[in-house]
Design a protein around this ligand. Structure first.
Ligand code: ASP
Length: 440
């Protein structure tokens, strides 16, 4: 058994958290490959180092002193080093960073330093080998990771009896320059490592005990999801639940490596297991059919009305191409005989609102174009909903019983996600009433 274990920012936010990480890593020989994020928030009012580094970059750009920002960052690192009695020469490291950015204020280099320094400290604390991500994670010029080159680089560093600590979130371009992934990218680092090292399990340690059925800000103390498939997780995260970076699923999915979301502050909790599929017992009970309930607010519905539309071949394509032209991704488009609704994020539509309405009205000669804002989408996700009779009926009935009007309905033929569009003000209420009826 061999594992990649990735720790998020809150797991390394202070010396106490470092101690927890050490206990977790040392508890199993299998936990050989460790990936860390940059130190995160200790509490709600604290700062994330990566955020501070982005701010520092802007300060340098506009020639504002970075002293205050750097002293916040330095304080965090020094306090961890001193509490854990580490030898790392952080003064020298910070001086080098300051000198480097004074010469070339490279964003990616600067923001990657959070992970870099955290990994250096963690490696010393764990008596592990530190491996710089820039020497391993090789990007192509198209900004995708080159798996072959990364694999080759990995082979040169893994032959050690020690545990290995990698900083997450960054790698290097073919010209050697540091390149960061998108925010939250350490999850991707862990997933790529898991794939290339063919490990048995990818443990992703965070500050919640797994993925919750719904947002705890909406439902108090929601249940934990024990098991979820990659596809369900994609649906959940696309629709708003964010525990794991969206892109982190693909590398492990390719090799069928399970991901276990675990809580650094509650290591005995089994957390959530993410797999390609599960052998679920046949169960007619709707309660066990729903895996999670999530959703997003602030969508607009653009309704295009045109007589005889349903008979006009290619009309749907023409409508969609208007949105494509302005780079707006379409969520879905329920249609009637003479009308099509296009559901898009309001923030995206806003920018080209007049151009789009004009092209639909004048260009495509729609008889009418109506735009309704303030729509929220609620997604009920569950692999066990497949082939279950009356699933959607029961959900809709519950919404109706709670006086919630359904504006839009969508369900794909794989039947793992039912999406309903409701008025924004009913968003939380809709999630709560589905949860209370079917989960609690
Ligand atoms: N530190 C980076 C961020 O805050 C990457 C990560 O934590 O995964 O986005």
């Amino acid at each position: 058994m061999i594992k990649v274990v990735k720790f998020g920012g809150s797991s390394v936010a202070n010396a106490k958290q470092f101690e927890k990480v050490k206990n977790i890593v040392n508890a199993e020989v299998a936990r050989k490959f460790v990936v860390t994020s940059a130190c995160g928030k200790e509490g709600k009012d604290d700062y994330k180092v990566t955020d501070l580094l982005y701010i520092a970059h802007t300060h340098v750009k506009y020639k504002v002193s970075v002293d205050d920002i750097f002293s916040l960052i330095e304080k965090k690192y020094y306090s961890i080093r001193d509490a854990l009695k580490l030898k790392i020469d952080l003064e020298r490291e910070f001086k080098k960073i300051r000198d480097d950015i004074a010469e070339d204020n490279d964003t990616d280099y600067l923001v990657s330093r959070g992970e870099y320094l955290t990994a250096l400290m963690l490696a010393e604390y764990l008596d592990a080998k530190f491996v710089d991500a820039k020497d391993i994670f090789k990007f192509n010029y198209d900004q995708r990771i080159n798996m072959e080159k990364t694999y080759e680089a990995l082979q040169k560093v893994i032959d050690t009896d020690k545990k290995i600590v990698f900083p997450g979130f960054y790698g290097s371009m073919p010209d050697g320059k540091i390149k960061v992934m998108s925010r939250g990218g350490s999850d991707i680092t862990g997933s790529i490592l898991a794939n290339l090292l063919n490990v048995n399990l990818y443990e992703n340690w965070t500050d919640v005990s797994g993925i919750l059925v719904c947002d705890p800000k909406i439902v108090e103390n929601p249940k934990r999801i024990d098991s979820i498939t990659y596809s369900e997780l994609r649906e959940m995260s696309y629709m708003g639940a964010n525990v794991l970076h969206d892109e982190a699923v693909f590398p492990v999915k390719e090799k069928d490596i399970p991901i276990n979301i675990k809580n650094t502050n509650e290591p005995d909790n089994p957390g959530t297991m993410i797999l390609a599929s599960f052998v679920d017992k046949e169960d007619e009970d709707i309660i066990h059919a729903i895996t999670g309930i999530t959703g997003k607010k602030d969508f607009s519905v653009v309704t295009c009305v045109k007589n005889h539309m349903s008979g006009a071949v290619g009309f749907m394509r023409k409508i969609l191409s208007v949105f494509e032209k302005y780079g707006i991704s379409v969520e879905f488009c329920p249609s009637g005989v003479d009308s099509v609704d296009v559901v898009v994020a309001t923030s995206k539509l806003k920018k080209y609102y007049y151009e789009i309405v004009d092209e639909l009205k004048e260009g495509l000669e729609c008889d009418e174009v109506k735009v309704v804002d303030g729509i929220a989408l609620v997604a009920v996700v569950g692999r066990r909903m497949r082939n279950k009779r009356s699933m959607s009926g029961k959900i809709f009935a519950e919404l109706g019983a709670n006086d919630i009007n359904i504006r839009i309905i969508s369900q794909g033929s794989d039947e793992i996600c039912i999406i309903v569009g409701v008025d924004g003000e009913n968003f939380e209420k809709a999630i709560r009433c589905i949860y209370n009826k079917f989960i609690r």
